[in-house]
Design a protein around this ligand. Structure first.
Ligand code: ADP
Ligand code: MG
Length: 156
């Protein structure tokens, strides 16, 4: 599938993008975030969480692997996964991802190696950074119906 590239000028722009993305999410959705350490995967997840109205702190789940944030309104909750230590997508099933997706969307950091094993219905969000600046480039690679959904939202 073709990717769309977005220029993100600074932290504020990343925040706006996260909230915009949150507005598209429904329960069962899977977002895969890739990018080097410090690229902004957790920062983007925090903006998505804010957009979903998630309460409480959203921090990197590196040691716990997955953290669930319950839905607070009409929209989905958030399952935030750090897949860095996971060897296979089967381990995500063991963590109960499938059940959690019933009322939540999943944001998976470092999921690149797992992406192919996951749902055919997923949006891959790859963040490139110039570490010295707030400049970021985001490549969106849609799978399944995400191409159409992005186009409808003016993001394709
Ligand atoms: P990752 O989860 O990819 O390792 P983090 O989100 O933890 O990255 O860290 C990104 C760091 O870069 C944060 O300190 C954040 O404030 C900073 N930063 C600066 N500009 C941006 C931007 N445009 N988007 C996201 N993060 C940014
Ligand atoms: Mg992170």
């Amino acid at each position: 599938p073709a990717s769309a590239e977005l220029a993100i000028a600074d932290l504020d722009a990343m925040g706006r993008f996260g909230k915009r993305l949150a507005g598209l999410l429904r329960a069962g959705d899977v977002l895969i975030l890739t990018g080097d350490l410090g690229a902004g995967k957790t920062t983007l997840t925090q903006s998505i969480a804010a957009g979903l109205g998630v309460r409480g702190r959203v921090s990197s789940p590196t040691f716990v692997i997955a953290r669930e944030h319950a839905p607070t309104g009409a929209g989905p909750g958030l399952v935030h996964v750090d897949a860095y230590r996971l060897g296979s997508a089967a381990e995500l099933d063991d963590l109960g991802l499938e059940d959690a997706l019933a009322d939540s969307a999943a944001v998976i950091e470092w999921g690149a190696g797992l992406a192919e094993q996951l749902s055919a219905e997923r949006l891959e969000v790859s963040i490139s950074a110039d570490p010295a600046t707030e400049d970021r480039t985001i490549a969106l690679t849609p799978h399944g119906t995400w191409g159409e959904r992005l186009r409808a939202a003016g993001l394709g």
